[in-house]
Design a protein around this ligand. Sequence first.
Ligand SMILES: [Zn+2]
Ligand SMILES: [Zn+2]
Length: 286
Amino acid sequence: MPISFHGGHSGNYCDHAEGKLEDIICNAIEQGFTHYGLSEHMPRTQTEYLYPEECERGRTPEQLERMFALYIQEGRQLQYKYKEQIHILVGMETELIGTNFDEIEHFYHKYSPDYLVGSVHYVNQIPSDYSESDFEKLEQLLGGTEAVFCAYYDAQFELLQRIRPQVVGHFDLIRLFRPEFSLSAKIWEKIERNLTCAISYDALVEINARAFKKKQREPYPQYKILQMLISLGGKVTLGDDSHHPKEVGLNYEKVFKFLKEQGISSLYALEKDEQGCLFHTKIPVS
Ligand SMILES: [Zn+2]
Ligand SMILES: [Zn+2]
């Protein structure tokens, strides 16, 4: 039974996504998904952090926020419309830029998404997953690949401690442009610290299948990190990180193959009770 708690980026609300939000849900229902979490990117509030495709369309931070408000609205409508067929949660993927924790909390309270996917994309105010040239800029600025990885995991640690997102998104996204970089003992210490922190407040760590689409050989997190997570007693969920209706469940066969190889027999889904409180449901890996 497939599930996803990270994705549902669509053309109406995200300029690097395509297709309609409702088609994403319909595709998930067709594929037999029991749970689908929508997690649109939190709006960025400063012009300097707009992506090139947003600048081309003449977007402003105000517009991004209006788009996000409309996404929450449509997400709620779809949640109700399809409630007999699929558990939908309407969430938000965090955008940590510098120390904008107040901003994250502001949007969380203002739009009351059901849950948060805690993601780090920016390191030292530079996007770490957007382009090779930005990544190189970061390496020059911080003094090498190890320093960039360390800064990423330190930012993630702060995010987990301060915001406590219910789902930890693409845990090791920082490896996107340096998949072969060998992790030093110093980095492993930070990874273990962050996993322990996520486990301490019962977060779910997603296995993000979009890594395969980005030509990675392993999902996020890479298998060694996943093994550490499991050995520490962590709970795992799945995310297709869809940016198009066709990307619903994309490359899940690889993820399920890995789960079976590793003997991981349970995944966890988030659900909301009648009072609006979140709880975990155990899903057997079939
Ligand atoms: Zn995206
Ligand atoms: Zn992301």
